[in-house]
Design a protein around this ligand. Structure first.
Ligand code: NAD
Length: 507
């Protein structure tokens, strides 16, 4: 496959790197099978304790140098990373699609997101500004500044195998941090490709070895990172189960964490919705990436007056979906990541039925030619009640739940009535309803949209969610502040030393 060669991916790959230096480790080989056709694409050697220690030492040494590079100079390196990604977009998009299983369009979109965050970070490198305050004491000046934190540990999930790493890394780098990435063990080859792309740019720019580091492995390696006091910030993306473990481990050592965890996202379809326009957002949200986005639409909360009409439109649209190889651009829906995910999908359907759910579009596993990997499933739709335990739970698969409502207050209560709080939307042309949804007594999610779906965030906004989604924010707006430490500085240029609050202390 041409894209593997173009991205420097071999059959067997070192999984541990401190930049252009790859470390031979004695860790087990992690095989990467494509969910597209079940083929073994290649394998990556896991990071062992010695390799991990080498990475940590090199990263700490690199930080001492990198933090002193002027931020705009760091930004210039990130600008060149963006250029390199532009050149490799087609190859990397194909690898994302083949290793993870999302459609080629979405694979390319993911690489575009990397390019976008590079552009954002370049501008940011000239804007890492703090405030200036007026001191209560005469002849004093007070201001705050932002300094780099140190090593940022990035633990990422399989479903965005490259973009989430870049959201963290590009911001971390312009902020003066060095990064250690532990990708998902389900998509390790994407991390090798990214490391190769960065190495070329960094070597050309004499970036200290150890600014861009890679370790590969499973949960245990993630646990090493979370418990490591040499790592001031852990940014972890994945399931709520993982986030609770990482949050506890990092919290126990009073480290900082950014947690980006599971979602259970809903769209409210109001009586005043443009139903035709809403349909696109709902179907893409529910079946895009085969329902494996943290922002996938899992619930539709539909006004009773348009419920039947909208359900019928959905059923018709689902009948037109083409399931198959995601690299073939005629297909809408690719595979799930692996057979475990297929089993979870099947178990959720059974659970839904046992709780009284009524399927208006049936699910099932695809069989026959083109589906040999066993990972392709049918997107399905069930009529449910919001309080079913399965509806309260995030199943990472294309199962869409329909819930009927009478009043907007009831709809918002349903929307908020789950443990997760990532993304939410309302489809309405009614200004009052839209504003109520966006008000402080409206959606409780980190993302709340009007007349667009729940998935497909832009990098310019801060991304993340509340409640069991973890509370972290990444990407745009002022998310960069989480990658830096704030320092308040007071300078006395007078001839006296007055104390704050007028306290007298004479000798
Ligand atoms: P996962 O939790 O199984 O794994 C995610 C990462 O955490 C992997 O790298 C894994 O090795 C590591 N890990 C697992 N247990 C750990 C532990 N105890 N300590 C340290 N590291 C550990 O998740 P997944 O199946 O790869 O991804 C799907 C989940 O990710 C979904 O819940 C999805 O909603 C969530 N997700 C959230 C966002 C977001 O921004 N909110 C984005 C993408 C995915």
């Amino acid at each position: 496959m041409e894209f593997l060669k173009a991205l420097g991916i071999a059959k067997d790959n070192c999984g541990t790197s401190t930049g252009s230096v790859w470390i031979n480790t004695k860790g087990a080989a992690i095989p990467s099978y494509s969910p597209v056709d079940g083929a073994l694409i290649g394998s990556v050697y896991a990071t062992d304790k010695d390799g991990y220690e080498q990475v940590l030492h090199t990263a700490a040494r690199a930080f001492a140098e990198w933090r002193n590079w002027p931020a705009p100079r760091r930004g210039e390196v990130v600008r060149q990373v963006g250029e390199a990604l532009r050149e490799k977009k087609q190859w990397l998009g194909q690898l994302v699609s083949y290793e993870m299983g999302k459609s080629l369009q979405e694979g390319l979109g993911e690489v575009q997101e990397m390019i976008d965050i590079c552009d954002f970070a370049v501008g940011l490198s000239r804007q890492l500004h703090g405030l200036t305050m007026h001191s209560e004491r005469p002849g004093h000046r007070m201001y705050e500044q932002w300094h780099p934190l140190g090593i940022v540990g990035i633990i990422s999930a399989f479903n965005f195998p490259v973009a989430v790493w870049s959201w963290n890394t590009m911001l971390g780098w312009v902020c003066g941090d060095v990064c250690i990435w532990k990708p998902s063990e389900k998509c390790p080859l994407c991390s090798i490709a990214c490391q190769n792309i960065i190495n070329e740019v960094f070597t050309r720019n004499d970036v200290p070895q150890g600014v861009c580091n890679l370790v590969n492995g499973g949960r245990e390696l993630g646990e090493w990172l979370a418990a490591d006091t040499r790592i001031p910030l852990i940014s972890a993306t994945g399931s709520t189960r993982m986030g609770k473990a990482v949050g506890a481990a990092v919290g126990a050592r009073l480290g900082k964490s950014i947690l980006e965890l599971g979602g259970n996202n809903a769209i409210i379809i109001s009586k005043d919705a443009d139903l035709d326009m809403s349909l696109i957002g709902c179907v893409f949200g529910a079946v895009g990436t085969a329902g494996q986005r943290c922002t996938s639409t899992r619930r539709l909360i539909i006004h009773e007056s348009v419920y039947d009409a909208f359900r019928d439109k959905l059923v018709k649209a689902y009948g037109q979906l083409r399931i198959g190889n995601p690299l073939d651009q005629n297909n809408h829906v690719g595979p799930l990541i692996d057979k475990d995910a297929v089993n979870q999908y099947l178990a959720s359907i059974e659970k839904c039925k046992s709780e009284g759910g009524r399927f208006v579009v049936e699910g099932g596993v695809m069989e026959g030619a083109g589906f040999e990997s066993g990972c392709y499933v049918k997107p399905c739709i069930a009529e449910v009640s919001n309080d079913f335990s399965i509806v309260q739970h995030e199943t990472f698969a294309p199962i869409l739940y329909l819930i009927k409502y009478k009043t907007i207050d009831e709809a918002i209560a349903y929307q908020n009535g789950v443990p997760q709080g990532l993304s939410s939307s309302i489809m309405t042309l009614n200004l009052r309803e839209a504003e109520q949804f966006l008000s402080c007594s409206g959606s409780d999610c980190g993302i709340a949209n009007v007349n667009i779906g729940t998935s497909g965030a832009e990098i310019g906004g801060a991304f993340g969610g509340e409640k069991e989604t973890g509370g972290g924010r990444e990407s745009g707006s002022d998310a960069w502040k989480a990658y830096m430490r704030r320092q308040t500085n007071t300078i006395n240029y007078s001839t006296k030393l007055p104390l704050a609050q007028g306290i007298k202390f004479d000798l």
